[in-house]
Design a protein around this ligand. Structure first.
Ligand SMILES: Cc1cc2nc3c(=O)[nH]c(=O)nc-3n(C[C@H](O)[C@H](O)[C@H](O)COP(=O)(O)O)c2cc1C
Length: 177
């Protein structure tokens, strides 16, 4: 089984960020899960929402070693869809029966894929992922960012994209199984 999976939170699946992750996913032959199609509600201190799509989605993601978090930069931060999803990681800390499942995140490697209309990735945007990874015990594997000021065009960032793909490409036949 492929060891990598991607999860995208964007306000349009086929926009700039969607195009970028589709290009990466095609090279890696990986699944991309669209958070907009999931019914995931914001964190609830009373945990009245544990029957929504968050736990089944996490159970699926935890089958993989590498998780790519994909989001555009919206107001110097991750998308609302991604933020709601990340907030729900708190379920693993605050619901005792989920503590063990949450600990499984410690064996994972997290990556970030983003687009914006800036050449550089926003530090605050990237830090919100890497700090969250650190807190949850997820090892940080790296990021790739594409400037979409003039629409999506991967050409200018092709080297970075290729290097990112290389990091995640299974390197032997046994890795790919
Ligand atoms: C609500 C909103 C907020 C945005 N905020 C930023 C921002 O803070 N910095 C930036 O460089 N681009 C910003 N942008 C531009 C997007 O990051 C950029 O167009 C991105 O490629 C859009 O990806 P998408 O097609 O997946 O939505 C914003 C766009 C929107 C719609």
């Amino acid at each position: 089984m492929n060891k990598t999976i991607a999860v995208i939170g964007s306000s349009r699946r086929n926009g700039n960020t969607g195009k970028l992750i589709d290009l990466i996913a095609k090279e890696l032959s990986i699944e991309v899960i669209d958070l907009s199609l999931k019914n995931i509600s914001p964190f609830d201190y009373e945990h009245k929402n544990t029957n929504d799509d968050f736990l089944p989605l996490m159970t699926h993601l935890l089958k993989y070693d590498n998780i790519i978090f994909v989001s555009p930069v919206y107001w110097f931060a991750m998308s609302a869809q991604m933020k709601v999803f990340i907030d729900r990681m708190s379920d693993f800390l605050s619901i005792e029966e989920l503590n063990d499942q949450g600990r499984e995140l410690r064996n994972k490697v997290g990556y970030v894929v983003s687009t914006s209309i800036s050449e550089q990735i926003d530090e605050s945007f990237l830090n919100s992922f890497t700090d969250t990874f650190k807190y949850l015990g997820i090892r940080y594997g790296g990021f790739v960012h594409v400037n979409c000021r003039n629409g999506f065009n991967a050409d200018a960032d092709q080297n970075e994209i290729d290097n990112f793909i290389k990091k995640l490409k299974p390197c032997s036949i046994s890795d790919a199984i």
